[in-house]
Every structure is written in structure tokens, then in C-alpha cells.
Design a protein around this ligand. Structure first.
Ligand code: FMN
Length: 176
């Protein structure tokens, strides 16, 4: 079968080169809103999405992530927007990683659907367990005990994404 949604799901790619100009607020809210429509276990919605476009905070995120990754490059690939997802600690909700991952997936697919580029960027669990990360959680005015789940870089791609990588053989099976 084919339709526009299926096409978008198959054609989305991770983008690692962004144009410097900022995306519009309309584009950003479309992506964030798509994130909020991801299902959550028991419909708890105990997650928080923070879009960062402020230079000083982005610089902190880049430094914290790069320290954990042990690189001296920008792990967010100079994207003009970074979107972070936080959730309740696992002691309060064992579904936080699953819930947060669905939010991130929705946002990446929505970004592609409206012509933006995105890439999942890891290490938020470790970043927001540090003292500096916890300061940022306060600055974002989130509940103090939240944990980082993941992030996406977001912006206009420098070029159109290349075709999807081939899928492995026997990725799925149907038992009837
Ligand atoms: C859980 C997870 C963590 C990832 N972390 C990173 C990351 O830190 N940096 C990065 O450049 N890409 C990261 N990626 C993107 C993957 O490398 C990418 O999705 C994969 O290579 C397939 O490419 P595609 O998204 O273009 O289909 C991550 C993806 C997932 C799902």
C-alpha cells in the first residue's frame, strides 16, 4: 500500500547538515504538537518537551553532550533548534523511555513531513543526571526529579535526504 504518511515514514532520514537560518515558529509548533500526540502508557503524559533556540543554553547543551561523548565537535550538528524530551524518573514511571522515544519518533517524522531535517541525538540521560544538567532542568522550570530521555536536532537540511538505507532481510515475519 502507499499513501503520503507511509511515504513520509519510509523516506525520513537522519540529517546531519543544517542551514544556519532558524525555522519558523509555525514549523516548530507543528513538530512539537506532533510530539504531544504520541501515545503514553496509561495516557499519563508525564513527559516534558523543551525546544531550545537560545544561544547560551544551546552552547551549554553542546558542551555537556560533547563532554560525555568525548568529542570536540558539536553533537547537535550546528542545528538552529534542539528539542529535548524529559520524563518522570523510572522509579515513578517505568515507561518513560518508551514514552519519550515515541515522542521523539513522532517529532522526527513530523519534521520530515513538513520539509525540515532532524536527527535523534543521544546522551540526554547522562547529561541531565549531572549537576549542570540539573541546573538546566530548574531553568526550564520542570519538576526537579525528571530525567532526560533524548533529543533531536532540528532545522532546514542543507540538501534533500538521500534514499532510505536498505532494510535487513527477514526484519519482520508474519505468523498466521
Ligand atoms: C536511540 C537512537 C540514538 C541515536 N543517537 C544518535 C546520535 O547521538 N548522533 C547521531 O548522529 N545519530 C544518532 N542516531 C541516528 C541513527 O544513527 C540513525 O537513525 C540511523 O543511522 C539510521 O539512519 P536514518 O535515520 O537516516 O534512517 C540515533 C538514533 C536512535 C534511534
Amino acid at each position: 500500500m502507499e499513501n503520503e504518511v507511509l511515504k513520509a515514514l519510509k523516506n525520513r532520514r537522519s540529517i546531519r547538515k543544517y542551514r544556519p537560518e532558524q525555522i519558523t515558529d509555525e514549523e516548530l509548533t507543528a513538530v512539537l504538537e506532533a510530539g504531544t500526540y504520541a501515545p503514553t502508557g496509561h495516557n499519563k503524559q508525564d513527559l516534558w518537551i523543551v525546544a531550545v533556540q537560545r544561544k547560551d543554553i544551546m552552547d551549554k547543551l553542546i558542551r555537556l553532550n560533547a563532554q560525555i561523548f568525548n568529542v570536540d565537535t558539536n553533537p547537535y550538528y550546528d542545528a538552529p533548534t534542539i528539542v529535548l524530551v524529559f520524563g518522570s524518573p523510572l522509579t515513578e514511571n517505568p515507561n518513560t523511555i518508551q514514552n519519550g522515544s515515541l515522542i521523539l519518533g513522532n517529532m522526527m517524522n513530523a519534521a520530515y513531513a513538513i520539509g525540515l531535517g532532524s536527527c535523534w541525538i543521544n546522551r540526554e540521560i547522562e547529561m541531565f543526571a549531572t549537576d549542570e544538567g540539573k541546573e538546566l532542568i530548574k531553568e526550564f522550570q520542570l519538576p526537579e526529579n525528571v530525567m532526560g530521555v533524548g533529543a533531536i536536532s532540528l532545522g532546514y537540511p542543507v540538501k534533500n535526504p538521500s534514499k532510505a538505507l536498505p532494510r535487513k532481510e527477514n526484519y519482520y515475519r508474519i505468523i498466521k
